[in-house]
Design a protein around this ligand. Sequence first.
Ligand SMILES: Cc1cc2nc3c(=O)[nH]c(=O)nc-3n(C[C@H](O)[C@H](O)[C@H](O)COP(=O)(O)OP(=O)(O)OC[C@H]3O[C@@H](n4cnc5c(N)ncnc54)[C@H](O)[C@@H]3O)c2cc1C
Length: 400
Amino acid sequence: MATPRNNGSIIIAGGGIAGLSAAIALARENETVRLVERGETFPVDGAGIQLGANATRILREWGVLDRLLTQAVRAEGIGIGDGLTGEALAQVPLGDYAEQRFGAPYLLVHRADLHNALLDAATTYPAIQITTGAEVTDFDQFEEEIVVKTSKSAMRGRALIAADGIWSNLRSKIDQNAQAAFTSKTAWRTLIDPAALPDELQGPWTGLWMAGNAHLVHYPVQAGKAVNLVAVIEERWFARKSWSEEADPATLLPVFERWHPRVADIVAAGKDWRKWSLYDLPPLQRATRGTALLIGDAAHPIQPFLAQGGVLAIEDAAVLARMLTRYRDDTREAFIRFENERIARTARMRYESRRMGNIYHMRGLSRRARNFALRRRSAEALLSRFDWIYGFDALAFPKG
Ligand SMILES: Cc1cc2nc3c(=O)[nH]c(=O)nc-3n(C[C@H](O)[C@H](O)[C@H](O)COP(=O)(O)OP(=O)(O)OC[C@H]3O[C@@H](n4cnc5c(N)ncnc54)[C@H](O)[C@@H]3O)c2cc1C
């Protein structure tokens, strides 16, 4: 391991997927990092996360993939079906086929396993100092340094990376117009025993079932020992800033009453549901101010319909490390370049995720037209639509 550069630490607010990824990516480029997490312990609950090749190739480069593989499931494909009829409509091929195309695997993991793998990797770097139980509340910028205020103390550093998640309190200090809004959709999650799935749905597959008012996603996590269920429904709810509200299935189950029993029974197998509200945030006018920068959900929370929220956070970290290395002596310039590089991709991801959500919840004739189109699409056509997502190589940034 090379000697860390001694030109002032980079302070990271938030120890989620974005914050830990950034810490690793920066330490690999010989930066010294101080990561500050609000929780006394790291919040590691949550549901499954799907990691496309655009994330796993970065994790492999960082040496995190091997730590994760023991807990992950390598997906063979995504089965797409109609929730009302139970008909299987299409299968997006993953497995070897996609791995050869994109050069890295598609993995199904539990968020806690990903978080733990990143935390394990981060703690191997002496250049990363971690503080828990301290909330970053504000910062003041000066010519030569930034002073970051936390609920415990003030810290001096060279720059601040705000990776404090969708309900970021630092975002308004960088873009004061940013306003996240509740979408009237909630996402419900739980883990079930794999044996609760019908035989033909078991194995290393993601299942996606769609109907006019909701959709259901299921896939194995924890090395296949559990199946992650996520049901997204349209719901008027007093949205809370929480990932883990206890949720009463009496609200959920009626939504699936008219669904085909093959799918409705999967939902009925769920116990101990938790839910969170889905928010939307239009692209920021600015993600950086001087030597402060927003990344991850703090900068671009997206709805989960392309399974790219956590993945974008990992990409951000890889691109950021490249920019700080290229503009080694000018952090402000590095942050502006980072913002310029990321805005188009993250805005497109937001737009396409929302569009997918609308497609999943189509009704009437649109639903029938969607199903017709899906039945006719070849495996190659189904996968190639995602080339722009999984084929993206954040490690190759910037080009030239
Ligand atoms: C407990 C938890 C459970 C989740 N469960 C799911 C899920 O089931 N499904 C899903 O799609 N996404 C879930 N997510 C969100 C998902 O992890 C993110 O969308 C994605 O990984 C981007 O990560 P992020 O690091 O930008 O944000 P997050 O993962 O939200 O991480 C933000 C981190 O910053 C910390 N933090 C917040 N404010 C401050 C502050 N002022 N100072 C210091 N630290 C601060 C938080 O405690 C958290 O650890 C969950 C997030 C959390 C924190």
